[in-house]
Design a protein around this ligand. Structure first.
Ligand code: NAD
Ligand code: TYD
Length: 351
């Protein structure tokens, strides 16, 4: 039985991972630590009840009193570290929070683990990172492997690359039993509607313009969040410490094709007067916009037997159906209603 600290477990991927872990490892105790920034939403955790096997802690990974205390108090033996500032556009307009949380926060967690864990304890610190640390590819370049040199281009990817380097250094210098995963773009339930897929879906549903940056020919590799969670689980259970693992969907799409695909699906699900593709609006490109990301997931497929269960077709259909069925969830996110809930639930109670 593990006592697993999940950081950022009220965010998009973290909350999906909490649901995954509760379902597949019900005997383990989960400590979910989240600062509930604009991206953290306790409503993502509906159905997960406080009790012997679950505790939510409202706190900041940068807090150097809380974190060591939590490690001691809860006898944490496993960390899955999602907490981060995660949106590239926000990192361009305000990079400081990215350096604080992504770099300093990761450092703080590593220090707590180093000071608490004995060398031979079987503990694991899994750091969740992104393919964006590898930089941008040309159309004909081979996909990123685990040995592709880092070349981050945005404040977000630079802060994630810095944290990846720190994690690596704690293995080499102190022997901390770390693991790192670098994953491609995720999509699925509970994604905050500032990211491409939920934003386009909601705007299309409401007949609003669909903003496509520049020519829309930028390419991303897309993976369903449930497959990402399964990949992290496989790495946690089976990898030697010190290893890094690329996780991706072998599923490259241009942004404009994704936007068109969403429009087509929605036209079928909820017919409108005019095809929703007419709502596509090309807007000023993101500064320093990476042209292409592509992941070579050969290592995790060969060595751990992982592969995506969702095709993009089934994954997008499931995701769009989820957003249609959970309109209250995204309306409360968009209107800020969930912030009021957080204030009542956590801030007034000071937990
Ligand atoms: P998200 O923005 O949806 O969630 C981040 C969570 O971290 C939120 O719940 C937020 O409240 C919490 N948080 C932020 N700062 C914190 C702090 N200082 N202390 C404690 N909690 C804090 O992000 P996401 O999309 O779920 O991404 C999770 C992780 O996965 C990130 O590390 C990200 O870099 C990585 N990742 C994301 C993607 C993707 O496509 N979304 C792809 C690859 C890797
Ligand atoms: P995003 O979901 O922000 O993820 P990331 O920047 O981490 O890849 O964006 C995915 C792609 O979609 C990226 O190339 C930027 C583009 N994009 C748009 O064209 N319009 C939008 O409104 C958004 C949010 C993103």
């Amino acid at each position: 039985m593990k006592t697993i600290l999940i950081t950022g477990g009220a965010g998009f991927i973290g909350s999906n991972f909490v649901h995954h872990w509760r379902k597949h490892h019900p005997e383990d105790r989960i400590i979910n630590l989240d600062a509930l920034t604009y991206a953290g939403n306790p409503e993502n955790l509906t159905g997960i009840e406080e009790g012997a096997n679950y505790r939510f802690v409202h706190g900041d990974i940068c807090d150097n009193e809380l974190i060591p205390k939590l490690f001691e108090e809860e006898k944490i033996d496993t960390v899955v570290h999602f907490a981060a500032e995660s949106h590239v556009d926000r990192s361009i307009s305000g990079p400081e929070a990215f350096i604080k949380t992504n770099v300093h926060g990761t450092f703080n967690l590593l220090e707590a683990a180093r000071n608490t864990w004995a060398n031979d304890s079987g503990c694991r610190f899994l750091h969740v990172s992104t393919d964006e640390v590898y930089g941008s590819l040309e159309a004909d370049d081979p996909a990123f492997t685990e040995t592709t040199p880092f070349a981050p281009n945005s404040p977000y990817s630079a802060s994630k690359a810095a944290s990846d380097h720190l994690v690596r250094a704690y293995f080499h210098t102190y022997g901390l039993p770390v693991l790192t995963t670098n994953c491609s773009n995720n999509y699925g339930p509970y994604q905050f509607p500032e990211k491409l897929i939920p934003l386009v879906f909601i705007n299309a549903l409401e007949g609003k313009p669909l903003p496509v940056y520049g020519d829309g020919k930028q390419i991303r590799d897309w993976l369903h969040v449930a497959d990402h969670c399964r990949g992290i689980d496989a790495v946690l259970q089976n990898s030697h410490p010190g290893e890094t693992w690329n996780i991706g969907g072998c599923n490259e799409w241009t942004n404009i094709d994704i936007v068109r695909l969403i429009c087509r699906h929605l036209d079928e699900l909820r017919p409108a007067d005019r095809p929703r593709e007419e709502l596509i609006t090309h807007v000023t490109d993101r500064p320093g916009h990476d042209r292409r990301y592509a992941i070579d997931a050969g290592k995790i497929m060969r060595e751990l037997g992982w592969k995506p269960e969702y095709t993009f077709e089934t994954g997008i259909q499931q995701t769009l159906a989820w957003y249609l069925e959970n309109q209250t969830w995204w309306e409360r996110v968009r209107d800020g209603e969930y912030r009021k809930f957080i204030r009542q639930q956590y801030e007034e109670l000071a937990i």
